[in-house]
Design a protein around this ligand. Structure first.
Ligand code: PGA
Length: 251
């Protein structure tokens, strides 16, 4: 049995005061959920606050991006090793907002994934098709290309240290969730593609769904056989919603 993971992606939201209030609500409410790992991926400046407020609790934390480089003259970049110094467990890589607004290629995402693994952290590698790609029937081709960029450059064994998140771009922040069947179909496909290279890695791989997950639709999604939890954007900023999603993962 794979353990469920619910990870909040705060994106560029929060303040010291708001984060404190949110985490103060989340920690006690998710403490008893022993079948779920609960994490928040915060903006870089709040990693220290996350460490201060979450150390010694069951909750885990992480960042939303990392440089492909370990160190050097890369103004404005943050290395995975720096993130690791703040006790983080996860780093999101290849989120569709980075792929589209910052032109991140499949090759760059793979390099970032390697940098995160090198720092001893777990990358949450995001993939997913755009609406026009789905409408053209290209969903499987797109996610296969994104997945294979990582497997070809890092080797399939590296996936045993990664989490994958299937996030159809048309479902992110739109309120339009993939149906459980639509999501399950892509998750099963991704797991099969990994299994073609290594069945054991595929069987253990944590595959999250992301895109307009809410308290009201989480349970139906998480009950699908290949959906191992969620990457949660907007609803991760609302304590009651995020708590409801974590409880749905425990059920
Ligand atoms: P959303 O975002 O839950 O607000 O749709 C998900 C994500 O971008 O990871």
């Amino acid at each position: 049995m794979r353990r469920k993971l619910v990870a909040g992606n705060w994106k560029m939201h929060g303040s010291l005061a708001e984060n404190r209030a949110l985490l103060a609500a989340l920690v006690p409410a998710t403490r008893g959920l022993d079948r779920v790992d609960v994490a928040v991926c915060v903006p870089f400046p709040y990693l220290q606050q996350a460490q201060e407020l979450l150390s010694g609790t069951h909750m885990l934390w992480g960042a939303q991006d990392a440089s492909r480089h370990a160190k050097g003259a890369f103004t404005g970049e943050v290395s995975a090793q720096m993130i690791a110094e703040f006790g983080a467990r996860y780093v999101i890589v290849g989120h569709s907002e980075r792929r589209s607004y910052h032109g991140e290629s499949d090759a760059l995402v793979a390099a970032k994934c390697q940098a995160v693994l090198n720092a001893g952290l777990t990358p949450i590698v995001c993939l997913g098709e755009r609406l026009e790609e789905r409408e053209r029937g290209e969903t499987e081709a797109v996610v296969a290309r994104q997945l294979e960029a990582v497997m070809d450059s890092l080797g399939v064994a590296a996936l045993s240290g990664c989490v994958l998140a299937y996030e159809p771009v048309w479902a992110i922040g739109t309120g339009r969730t993939a149906t459980p069947d639509q999501a399950q179909e892509v998750h099963a496909y991704l797991r099969r593609r990994v299994a073609e290279r290594d069945g054991a890695v595929a069987a253990r791989l944590t595959l999250l769904y992301g895109g307009s997950v809410k308290g009201s639709n989480a349970q139906a999604l998480f009950s699908m056989p290949d959906i191992d939890g969620g990457l949660i954007g907007g609803a991760s900023l609302v304590s009651e919603e995020f708590i409801a999603i974590c409880r749905a993962a425990q059920a």
